[in-house]
Design a binder for this molecule. Structure first.
Ligand SMILES: *Cc1c(COP(=O)(O)O)cnc(C)c1O
Length: 466
């Protein structure tokens, strides 16, 4: 046992594994922007080296890192680069990677102030900054979670707590059985993580009142049923396919009058509210009660960074409260009262670093550039024969299709196999589409042109083989 401890101290003294890792990191950064976006076949096959039985004896640390670099690096997807358009992802800013790296060595868990004064301080500061960025009510509380899936869960847990509490029912103590009915209203195109949260919270997806959407995927305000104080209305800032925004101004005003809880899923789209030229898209969203947003998409923090913002601070901290004889509550911020977890990593470090680095003007410039690149993509692709853009490009999403579903599908497969860019497919009003999401600080005008060329090449392969 002591031998192993000695070995570990030796690794600290010697520093070689850290230097080795740093070198590999730089190598990775130097190539990731130009290399194949999706791993090559050989790299995928080589992942077999990880299929080994749990080792009996300790392995040399150098060897461990070496294996990761040799076989892991080539099998990564270059989401960090400028030509990854899959799902709705986001790269990571250099300053974010650097800050995260430093934070890794600190290894902080900002559950309580006493456990990490620096983590707690940065969370308190960023909470204020976010209120400022999105123009939210002054006393809004922020929980720093793994992503918008978790943020949606927290926001809806706070809503559930508040609505039942108004009916003299403590959900934490009494549970859901025999409690007052909670009405949930959202669009037929609500994100699946919203449904997941409703499922986890025991509210039941069968109980959702689904409202139709218009041709851009926006909830139809006129079709929203009568709302009351026992209702949760869930709106979208950024439809996951089209990037469209619900009409917050109309809907929030009415919902607020009815005293309903309004939750906004703004995973990537809420950031439009931070851009002078785009903030008309989110107008009125500040009237909502809770907002879920990602750092790791549009803002380009490293992965594992989402935020729940809640204007009803008491509801969220009551819904997520915990206690124990060993807990030391501070007069300052104790992060765990805003999140489902007790221990979690201090993702706030890189979130703070990126916001500090960019400032208001930097966020504005970066996010607006993503929008312009999306417009550029749409403009260039429709000039090619055989491609159609299916949505109004109001933000960062472009939905592209070919003449038929079969051609769209085949062409998408060819694009993926070319590996010059990567994107996935979706269904848009019964038609197959290719979904292009521009979410990376690193996407240049040239990247768009390369991607468009790749689309053209892919379509010609489709037509040749058929
Ligand atoms: C990505 C996304 C989510 C889920 O967010 P994660 O960070 O992946 O957990 C929820 N809603 C929308 C609209 C999204 O785009």
């Amino acid at each position: 046992m002591e031998k192993l401890q000695e070995k570990m101290f030796q690794e600290i003294d010697d520093k070689s594994i850290f230097k080795q890792t740093q070198e590999y990191s730089f190598e990775y950064l130097n190539t990731v922007f130009d290399r194949n976006v999706y791993p090559k076949e050989k790299a995928l096959q080589n992942l077999e080296v990880f299929d080994e039985k749990f080792p009996v004896t300790s392995t040399n640390a150098t060897e461990v890192i070496e294996q990761l670099n040799t076989y892991g690096s080539p099998a990564t997807v270059a989401t960090l680069g400028g030509r990854y358009f899959g799902f709705v992802c986001g790269s990571a800013l250099p300053v974010g990677l650097a800050a995260k790296n430093l934070g890794t060595f600190w290894d902080q868990a900002p559950a309580m102030n006493v456990l990490s004064p620096i983590g707690s301080k940065l969370e308190a500061v960023v909470e204020k900054w976010l209120i400022d960025i999105f123009n939210l009510p002054e006393d809004t509380g922020a929980g720093f979670v793994s992503g918008t899936s978790a943020a949606n869960l927290c926001g809806l847990a706070a809503a559930r707590y508040r609505i039942l509490q108004r009916n003299n029912w403590d959900i934490n103590k009494k549970g859901l059985r025999n409690s007052h009915e909670i009405k949930i209203v959202t669009s037929v195109q609500t994100h699946s993580t919203v449904k997941k949260a409703i499922g986890i919270l025991g509210l039941g997806t069968d109980n959702i009142h689904f409202v139709n959407v218009d041709d851009q995927g926006r909830i139809i305000a006129d079709e929203i049923p009568e709302l009351d104080q026992n209702t949760i209305v869930i709106l979208q800032a950024g439809n996951v396919n089209s990037g469209a925004f619900d009409d917050f101004e109309t809907i929030c005003k009415n919902a607020k009058k009815a005293n309903a809880w309004i939750h906004v899923d703004g995973a990537f789209g809420l950031w439009a509210g931070a851009v002078e030229k785009l903030k008309k898209l989110t107008k009125g969203m500040e009237l909502a009660t809770s907002w879920a947003v990602d750092g790791h998409k549009t803002l380009n923090t490293p992965y594992d960074c989402g935020i729940i913002l809640c204007a009803d601070k008491e509801a969220i901290t009551a819904a997520l409260h915990m206690s124990g004889s060993y807990i030391i509550e501070s007069t300052q911020r104790d992060g765990m009262f805003f999140t489902p977890e007790m221990s979690r990593r201090a993702r706030i470090i890189e979130l703070w670093a990126i916001l500090k680095y960019l400032g208001k003007k930097g966020v504005d410039e970066m996010v607006l550039t993503m929008h312009y690149r999306a417009k550029q993509f749409a403009d260039e692709i429709v000039k090619l024969n055989g491609f159609y853009v299916e949505n109004d490009v109001v933000f960062n999403q472009v939905l592209v299709r070919c003449e038929t579903d079969e051609i769209t599908e085949e062409t998408l497969k060819n694009i993926q196999e070319l590996r010059e860019c990567w994107l996935g497919g979706s269904i848009w009003f019964d038609k197959k589409v290719m979904r292009v999401s521009i979410c990376s600080w690193a996407t240049t005008s040239k990247d768009i042109t390369i991607a468009v060329k790749s689309f053209k090449k892919a379509l010609s392969i489709t037509t040749k083989t058929n």
